[in-house]
Design a protein around this ligand. Structure first.
Ligand SMILES: [Zn+2]
Ligand SMILES: [Zn+2]
Length: 68
C-alpha cells in the first residue's frame, strides 16, 4: 500500500466526530476508535498481573463496568 498518508482520518464511535489529527486512539475493551472526550484512563485490574493497570476505555464501555 502507499505510506504517503500519515494522518488517517478516524471517527469516534461514541459521538461520530471525524478527525484526522493524530492517530485515533482505541478503547482497550472494544478496540473501537474514540475521541479524547470519550476516552478516559481507568485503572483496570489485570488478570495477568493482579495489579490495576491504566487503560484507555471509551465512555460506552466504562458504563458497562461495575464500580467505576
Ligand atoms: Zn467522541
Ligand atoms: Zn470501548
Amino acid at each position: 500500500m502507499n505510506e504517503e498518508d500519515k494522518s488517517v482520518p478516524w471517527i469516534c464511535h461514541v459521538c461520530g466526530k471525524k478527525s484526522s489529527t493524530g492517530p485515533g486512539k482505541a478503547c482497550s475493551l472494544c478496540f473501537k476508535i474514540a475521541c479524547d472526550a470519550h476516552l478516559k484512563l481507568l485503572a483496570l485490574k489485570s488478570e495477568k498481573f493482579g495489579n490495576p493497570e491504566l487503560k484507555l476505555v471509551c465512555t460506552a464501555c466504562s458504563e458497562t463496568l461495575e464500580g467505576v
